[in-house]
Design a protein. Structure first.
Length: 88
């Protein structure tokens, strides 16, 4: 990660292993949370773009929010995913 940031001439600071701040935005590498079955890896999957920024997979983020106990955000993303399935 450091090599890619340096090659892009981006200013960053490392918060801890796998977590960086670039222009006030947290960037996480090898993101994982502890769930009922132990540590769950939450893969980085870009599924779209918004105003030039990559958008992470809403399915992965719904799971992350659920593991973090942020039920309202998880519910919102899951409703979005369900509505998208009905459009196909």
């Amino acid at each position: 990660m450091r090599e890619a940031l340096d090659a892009a001439s981006l200013t960053y600071r490392e918060l801890d292993q796998g977590r960086y701040v670039i222009d006030g935005v947290d960037v996480m590498v090898n993101f994982a949370l502890t769930g009922p079955a132990g540590v769950e890896a939450l893969p980085t999957r870009v599924t779209g773009e918004w105003q030039g920024l990559p958008i992470g997979d809403p399915e992965v983020w719904a799971r992350a929010y659920r593991l973090l106990g942020r039920e309202a955000k998880a519910d919102l993303l899951e409703r979005y995913l369900e509505s998208r399935e009905h459009q196909i």
